[in-house]
Design a protein around this ligand. Structure first.
Ligand code: T46
Length: 154
């Protein structure tokens, strides 16, 4: 299995997030001392948008499959705060697998990217920072609708 999230790289933890594609690894700062590690995230700084919503997935069965949709406008950054999972992203042309397992590294996902999540470890916690409040009308839940929108945008 590939570990593409580590190969993509990301902005240096202290720099403003610069996004050059549909998805990108984002590295957050970490402050380590004998009491443990502390990581923080600032919207508009480490994350390339103002954070308007935070949600998290937990108690996820190890055989669960989540995602299976894309967004018209929403941008998000996905983290594995604990444990690990796979997230497969598809820009309508290329599919790439990413294994998230480091709470300091998130995966930025732009609009018009199909995502699927699976291979959750026992006790995995996925946190997502989102650019907009929840809006069901922003979803493409059918793959063909997503592909059509990609075609109209290219
Ligand atoms: C994504 C992946 C990573 C809400 O009411 N508010 C919310 O903020 C969210 C995210 C969901 N919901 C409702 C909508 C559905 O009735 O919760 C239910 C489950 O949502 P969904 O099936 O979309 O969950 P996932 O885990 O498949 O997808 C979620 C996000 O929806 C999606 O944007 O990128 O996590």
């Amino acid at each position: 299995m590939s570990d593409a999230v580590d190969k993509i790289g990301g902005p240096s933890p202290s720099s403003k997030a610069e996004i050059k594609g549909y998805f990108q690894s984002i590295a957050l700062p970490v402050i380590t001392d004998p009491r443990g590690d502390l990581t923080f995230v600032e919207g508009g700084n480490h994350i390339p948008f103002n954070i308007r919503r935070v949600y998290y997935l937990y108690n996820v069965p190890v055989d669960a499959q989540r995602g299976g949709h894309a967004h018209q406008e929403l941008e998000q950054v996905v983290f594995a705060l604990s444990g690990s999972f796979r997230i497969t992203v598809d820009d309508g042309h290329t599919r790439t697998e990413h294994f998230l397992r480091d709470p300091r590294k998130g995966l930025y996902i732009s609009k018009l990217v199909w995502r699927e999540m699976d291979l959750f470890s026992q006790g995995a916690v996925c946190m997502v920072l989102a650019s907009q409040p929840y809006d069901e009308s922003d979803y493409f839940r059918e793959y063909q609708d997503f592909i059509k929108a990609v075609g109209q945008n290219s």
